[in-house]
Design a protein around this ligand. Structure first.
Ligand code: KIV
Ligand code: ZN
Length: 388
């Protein structure tokens, strides 16, 4: 039987950390409700101790969300954890997400301490959090650059202390997919109590590998992915929710599924882009404006004969407007005939041959040939035959 991968959305926390993306409580609440409708399993609503505004947002989201788990971030600091617990007081399913850096960069440069001390602080933080909720997620910040033996010791200790989810962040987006996958496999094979917790992937996109790394993680046995709409997040961003969800959906042989309503992906992507004022790059997978556009003659011809030749996803399945045949100087005759037909002109093959030469002259001068240009071309050609 297929196994579920839990989708942990952190658009409202890691995504909102992006400069210029800050949201007010009303906006955060509105998005949280949409994320719940989308089917995410966990909504990371914010970092309650970071500001009174974020505390209020987490409180209101906790009150409003009915089925998803609501999660609040904290450092491995008692006050942080208490404040997170307070903000989550009304949540039907509260989760405290606490943790500490485990790589040498964090231990030596950031904390100026020892591995043993970090391990004790990690365990203590989980115990504090367990006083407030049974659902405690521990993050080993910069796990991507933490040596596996030490990481395994920390993870075993925090699970023994009560962590129910263990987050293995590639905080700096450094890992290659095989390295990240091996790290998860190492934990599966070397942490004696690993079956008592869900392993979570939290990958950043500094080398453009966040999606590949998260998928390598679930292939190796992780069962939660932390991600954001449009891949928003610190620096180059986080794993993009729409990408991992569709990878899992397209590759059925992985034996995995998520509860995401994929038809909502495009509308929600647009909403997040508008509210956070970050445009989506046109060539972005799944939700970019060109994700279902075909512009070269070779592709257009194949697509028009059978859409599966050049499209692996039906645009309807992800709520996109539909496939587009875009006319440029690289387009071919079948695309031109198709576009003429769409606006009501029935031309013969011979007509199209003649019109194609005229079309290329126009197309070479402009970036894209639009509907108005097609009407002009048609009018200039045998006007007595035109039916549109
Ligand atoms: O990237 C990271 O390590 C984080 C943690 C706080 C989970 O965002
Ligand atoms: Zn992060």
């Amino acid at each position: 039987m297929d196994q579920q991968v839990f989708i942990f959305d952190t658009t409202l926390r890691d995504g909102e950390q992006v400069p210029g993306c800050k949201l007010n409580t009303k906006e955060k609440l509105e998005l949280a409700l949409k994320l719940e409708a989308l089917g995410v399993d966990v909504i990371e609503a914010g970092f309650p101790i970071s500001s009174p505004g974020d505390f209020e947002s987490v409180t209101q989201i906790s009150r409003a969300i009915k089925t998803a788990t609501v999660c609040g971030l904290s450092r491995a600091v008692q006050k942080d954890i208490e404040v997170a617990a307070q903000a989550l007081k009304y949540a039907k399913r509260p989760r405290i997400h606490t943790g500490i850096g485990t790589s040498d960069f964090h231990i030596k440069s950031k904390f100026n301490t020892t591995k043993e001390e970090i391990l004790l602080r990690a365990v203590q933080a989980v115990k504090w959090a367990r006083n407030f909720t049974d659902d405690v997620e521990f993050y080993a910040e910069d796990a991507g650059r933490t040596e596996n033996e030490y990481l395994a010791r920390v993870i075993e200790a925090v699970i023994a202390a009560g962590a129910t989810v263990v987050n293995i962040p590639d905080t700096t987006g450094y890992c290659l997919p095989d390295q990240y996958g091996e790290k998860i496999a190492f934990l599966k094979n070397n942490v004696s109590n690993i079956d008592k917790a869900v392993i979570s992937c939290h990958c950043h996109n500094d080398l453009g590998l966040a999606t590949a790394n998260s998928i390598a993680g679930v292939v190796s046995g992780a069962r939660q992915i932390e991600c954001t709409i449009n891949g928003l997040g610190e620096r180059a961003g986080n794993t993009s929710l729409e990408e991992v969800v569709m990878v899992i959906k397209q590759h059925k042989h992985l034996g995995l599924f998520t509860n995401i309503q994929s038809k909502m992906l495009n509308p929600l992507s647009r909403e997040v882009s508008d509210i956070m004022r970050v445009p989506v790059q046109p060539n972005k997978a799944i939700v970019g404006a060109n994700a279902f556009s075909h512009s070269s003659g070779i592709h257009q011809d194949g697509f028009l004969k059978d859409s599966l030749t050049y499209e692996i996803i039906n645009p309807e399945e992800v709520g996109a407007d539909g496939s587009k045949i875009v006319l440029t100087a690289r387009s071919g005759r079948s695309a031109l005939a198709y576009r003429f037909q769409k606006i009501g002109y029935e031309f013969t093959r011979n007509d199209i041959d003649v019109l194609y030469d005229a079309f290329l002259k126009v197309a070479d001068k402009i970036k894209e040939v639009e509907e108005a240009d097609l009407h002009a071309l048609a009018k200039a050609y045998k006007p007595e035959n035109i039916t549109a």
